[in-house]
Design a protein around this ligand. Structure first.
Ligand code: MN
Length: 244
């Protein structure tokens, strides 16, 4: 199994090192990841300037690693060009959850989406960060279990995985959809000029069976996703109305 790993926290994040160590047990791993943090970049791609990569001056044991001056989606496009025999792309482990609404702006998930768009299974993995760093050692057995379930997919598929701090099980979930949980808060810079922060505020408890619900209940959430955003029910309804 040929595995490509990327993330949106940047190649020096402890999350990508933890993921690489576990992925190595499943096959040959290459790392192609952003040279600096690209969190919340969503599915941005770089088209107005050239991309380049350098060998990262770190060694993940014997794993080849490359840092790219681009976005997570760029890294997957470039990584699949460099390593065309890649069979699965893993993105993460992100330092911060990617649940519900945050799927829309997540760079971690966008990297997995880019893989699926290019015909390769993409798996995004994330975990919350509290006052202390995530316990990647404690999550390693769970990460291994999740990869065992998802990595052998024959059809190119897309999965969003979120680990709670201390998992007690695994749940298949759907995306929690609520009105946007971001808020604009105004502040002031040291020169007295007004500025703004986009913040994410916690929502009401999530519905049972959703990704947020699972993580709130200490379950590893696995959400199978699709690329098709079409509202199929409405489409069918509108086509039917037009015909009658
Ligand atoms: Mn991130």
């Amino acid at each position: 199994m040929n595995i490509l790993i990327t993330n949106d926290d940047g190649i020096y994040s402890p999350g990508i090192a933890a993921l690489a160590r576990i992925a190595k047990q499943f096959g040959t791993v290459k790392i192609v990841a952003p040279d600096v943090e690209q969190s919340s970049m969503g599915h941005a791609i770089t088209h107005s300037r050239p991309l380049s990569y350098r060998r990262a001056p770190i060694t993940f044991e014997d794993i080849e690693a490359f840092r790219v001056n681009g976005t997570p989606a760029d890294c997957v496009a470039l990584g699949l060009h460099m390593f065309p025999d890649t069979q699965v792309v893993l993105s993460g482990i992100n330092m911060g959850p990617n649940l519900g609404n945050s799927m829309w702006h997540s760079g971690t998930l966008a990297a997995a989406k880019q893989a699926t768009l290019l015909g390769v299974t993409g798996i995004a993995l994330s975990t919350p960060v509290g006052k202390t760093e995530p316990d990647f050692e404690g999550l390693s057995a769970w990460t291994r279990d999740v990869l065992k379930i998802l990595i052998e997919d024959k059809e190119p598929a897309l999965y969003n995985v979120n680990f709670p701090d201390q998992p007690q099980g695994i749940a298949w979930t759907r995306q929690s959809v609520r009105l946007y949980d971001g808020r604009v808060v105004s502040g002031e810079d040291p020169m007295g000029r007004e500025n703004y922060w986009i913040t994410v505020v916690p929502l009401e408890p999530a519905d049972k069976g959703t990704d947020r619900w699972a993580v709130e209940h200490n379950l590893v959430s696995i959400t199978p996703l699709r690329l098709d955003l079409t509202a199929h029910d409405e489409l069918a309804e509108r086509v039917k109305r037009e015909q009658s």
